[in-house]
Ligand binder design. Structure first.
Ligand code: SF4
Ligand code: SF4
Length: 295
């Protein structure tokens, strides 16, 4: 069953699949210490449902296994026609990844239900409090680098994570997670433009350009704008400089000019970008980000 499930996942485009017990995530204590230091800033939802985060088994009655899944996003950097860019994950030429990924996971979950008709299933695509990098690490998908990103050796970091919880007690993929391979490298820490990576594995979201340009509700100021360079949504720098991502990358000019975005009203935005990952930030946020990076 497991090999045919993995084959089906690969056929659907997933990069990696890992099975682990639905128990306490390995890095739960580190996560609590990070919260205690207030490093989550405005992401208040991270402090909610800690009992569920501590025990993903509580998210589905009778849950025995967490299946972690890595799905790639384009390595092409999305650009506007006037030379500004956004983070790769946003894939503005496609519908928001949550719906696409959920549909793929549900197709894959159907494979389990076919084999085990009585089984319970729950698909999570950023939709439940799951410590997903920790679980993915334990399941053998990759290692967590000093940037806090999950890294798949031989592939890199440009992928989404999702989970399928199931009552079927699949054996864990591995008892030995992938060894950390950062060694003496500190490129992500040295080259983070805002100092958000304060040291290895230590990340302050209040300084992170991804947080400030997507999740933070306030306006982006000029000082932050200078650190953003020409990128007005998200930030890929700690990924771009990581040697595990050293692959040829090209531009995808799939966005209108920043001037055209600034002139959009809500109706234009909904028609043009409203079904993409840009909806999370919203039009007003997008405009204030653009104003911070335009000369
Ligand atoms: S996303 Fe950008 S600002 Fe945030 S930690 Fe990485 S390099 Fe630093
Ligand atoms: S840039 Fe270097 S230190 Fe940072 S995650 Fe990648 S390999 Fe590790």
């Amino acid at each position: 069953m497991i090999s045919s499930f993995v084959d089906e996942a690969k056929r659907l485009g997933f990069l990696k699949v890992g099975f682990t017990r639905a128990g306490r995530p390995l890095f739960f204590d580190e996560f609590i210490s990070w919260l205690d230091e207030g490093k989550q800033n405005g992401m208040h939802w991270l402090k909610k449902h800690l009992a569920l985060r501590e025990n993903p088994g509580k998210l589905l009655e009778g849950c025995r296994t967490v299946i972690s899944l890595a799905y790639p996003y384009s390595i092409k950097k999305p650009y506007t026609t006037d030379g500004f860019c956004v983070a790769r994950y946003s894939e503005p030429g496609k519908a928001d990844y949550h719906g696409r990924l959920r549909s793929l996971c549900e197709t894959l979950a159907g494979h389990i239900v076919k084999e085990y008709p009585e089984s319970g299933i729950r698909v999570c695509v950023d939709s439940a409090p799951v410590l997903e990098r920790s679980l993915a690490y334990t399941s053998g998908i990759g290692f967590i680098g000093k940037s806090n990103m999950l890294i798949i050796p031989g592939y890199g970091t440009y992928f989404f994570l999702a989970e399928i919880l199931t009552t079927v007690p699949f054996p864990p993929s591995t008892s030995r997670p992938v060894k950390n391979q950062c060694e003496t490298c500190t490129r992500c820490i040295d080259l983070c433009p805002s100092g958000a990576l304060e040291k290895a594995y230590c990340f302050d979201s209040s300084k992170c350009l991804s947080y400030l340009t997507i999740e933070h509700r306030g306006r982006v100021n000029r000082e932050t704008g200078e650190k953003m360079g020409n990128c007005f949504l998200g930030c890929d720098i700690c990924q771009e400089v990581c040697p595990f991502n050293e692959i040829a990358s090209s531009k995808d000019i799939s966005l209108p000019s920043t001037g055209e975005i600034l002139e959009m009203d809500l109706k234009d935005f909904k028609e043009g970008l409203g079904k993409t990952a840009f909806a999370r930030a919203g039009l007003e946020k997008l405009k204030s980000n653009i104003q911070a990076v335009r000369p």
